[in-house]
Design a protein around this ligand. Structure first.
Ligand SMILES: [Zn+2]
Length: 261
């Protein structure tokens, strides 16, 4: 299905996919060394391919294993005038998350954007279908579904990747690196393919339908994220990166270390 038929490159819908973390910032890591940053990138590249086949223009915030400041990721989407920004993440090693027959994908949307919210609900539907094809014991925390996460003090969106952009944006915790059954599927690459299919199908549906999405849950405010499951252990929201001078940051950090020794 080609969603845009004018043939004019300029008229194509632009979608920005953001593989979370990268470089010195691995995100969540399994005990045997599978890093979230790598899984996020694999899913992003696969989803890019699927969406381009459907006629979308896709830009990734990174194509290699490098750390990109959060503000820069947001700027890429805003400056391109993207229709949508999807930040791709995986959760860490919280072993207290309840087991479930259904995948525990969590999609955080922007409180003030009905289009971000609608995309989150559609992505939840597509994730439950694509990932749910695997008959394994999933992890699913209290935030499984489409939700938002307000900052406890300010009430603003907690995650920089949805708070900062003008572009409708979501942050998706697609699956759990803390669950051996899910990691087994990542090792074969099957889970990444299913996630990429879910993301690309969700983008297509969001664009060509008025589907309202489903799976909306009330926010846990991050309060129930410890012990009871959910949350983003190991997958921390990184610094916003006011400065993009990474070389200077690195030399400062090295200097501090040598001062301490
Ligand atoms: Zn992450």
């Amino acid at each position: 299905m080609t969603v845009v038929t004018t043939g004019e490159t300029d008229d194509r819908v632009h979608v920005v996919l953001d593989p979370g973390h990268g470089g010195l910032e691995p995100g969540a890591v399994t005990s045997d060394g599978i890093a979230e940053k790598d899984v996020n990138l694999e899913v992003g590249l696969l989803a890019e391919e699927l969406l381009e086949e459907q006629g979308f223009d896709v830009t990734l915030t990174r194509y290699t294993d490098i750390r990109i400041p959060l503000r820069t990721r947001v700027e890429i989407a805003d400056r391109l005038g993207a229709a949508l920004l999807v930040s791709i993440h995986h959760q860490g090693t919280n072993t207290n998350v309840p087991r479930s027959d259904e995948p525990g994908t969590e999609v955080y949307y922007q409180q003030d954007s009905s289009e971000s919210k609608r995309f989150a609900g559609i992505l939840v539907e597509e994730s439950r279908q694509a990932l749910g094809a695997f008959d394994i014991e999933w992890f699913a925390g209290v935030d499984a579904g489409a939700t938002y996460r307000p900052n406890r003090d300010t009430g603003e969106d907690f995650y920089g990747m949805v708070r900062l952009p003008e572009t409708p944006a979501v942050l998706a915790e697609m699956a759990f690196l803390g669950n051996t059954a899910e990691v087994d599927l990542m090792r074969t690459g099957e889970l990444q393919i299913a996630e990429a299919e879910a993301i690309s199908q969700a983008v297509v549906r969001w664009f060509i339908t008025d589907d309202p999405g489903s799976g909306y849950v009330e926010p846990s405010f991050g309060l129930r994220s410890s012990g009871g499951g959910g949350g983003v252990e190991g997958c921390q929201d990184p610094d916003l990166g006011d400065t993009v001078d990474l070389a200077a940051q690195l030399s400062d950090a090295l200097e501090e270390q040598s001062d301490e020794n």
